[in-house]
Write a protein that binds this ligand. Structure first.
Ligand SMILES: [Zn+2]
Length: 145
């Protein structure tokens, strides 16, 4: 069962609710099946039809996570009103699967109009909803890396 702390969830909400749609970020796990790491990326600003990651910046962050034993779990990004992944999003996710030789990736979408997150998980041959349990604030303490 996947988990995320209330604290990190609030942090993610505060980043995305105050930024342009089609911004994004990395999510990761230090503890198995606990989403405990988040790195915000406002994306490249030339286009706003889709999230265009700052690949160099994210790769640098992933190398830091690697040293800290934080496992890359996925990419979150924001849409104005639609909770579905676009074909471009799915293609990007599957490219990442291939490059990293992993079998699934979390691709949550933060919907700015509704201020909610839709938790998609992309596999090679399908896409499922994978909603993490939220751990209570103070129940367990997580630090943002
Ligand atoms: Zn998208």
């Amino acid at each position: 069962m996947l988990e995320i702390s209330q604290r990190l969830l609030l942090e993610i909400h505060s980043y995305f609710s105050n930024s342009y749609y089609e911004s994004g970020g990395l999510i990761g796990s230090k503890e198995v099946d606990v989403i405990d790491s988040f790195y915000y990326d406002k994306g490249k600003e030339e286009r706003r039809n889709e999230y265009i990651p700052n690949v160099d910046v994210l790769q640098h962050q992933l190398s830091i996570w690697n040293k800290e034993h934080i496992e890359f779990r996925g990419i979150i990004h924001s849409h104005l009103r639609c909770g579905e992944l676009s074909q471009v999003d799915v293609n990007m996710a599957r490219r990442v699967l291939g490059l990293n030789n992993i079998h699934s990736i979390l691709m949550p979408i933060y919907i700015i109009n509704k201020q909610i997150i839709i938790w998609h998980e992309v596999h090679i041959d399908n896409i499922i909803l994978r909603v993490p349990n939220t751990t209570k604030p103070g129940g367990k303490r997580y630090e943002r890396e």
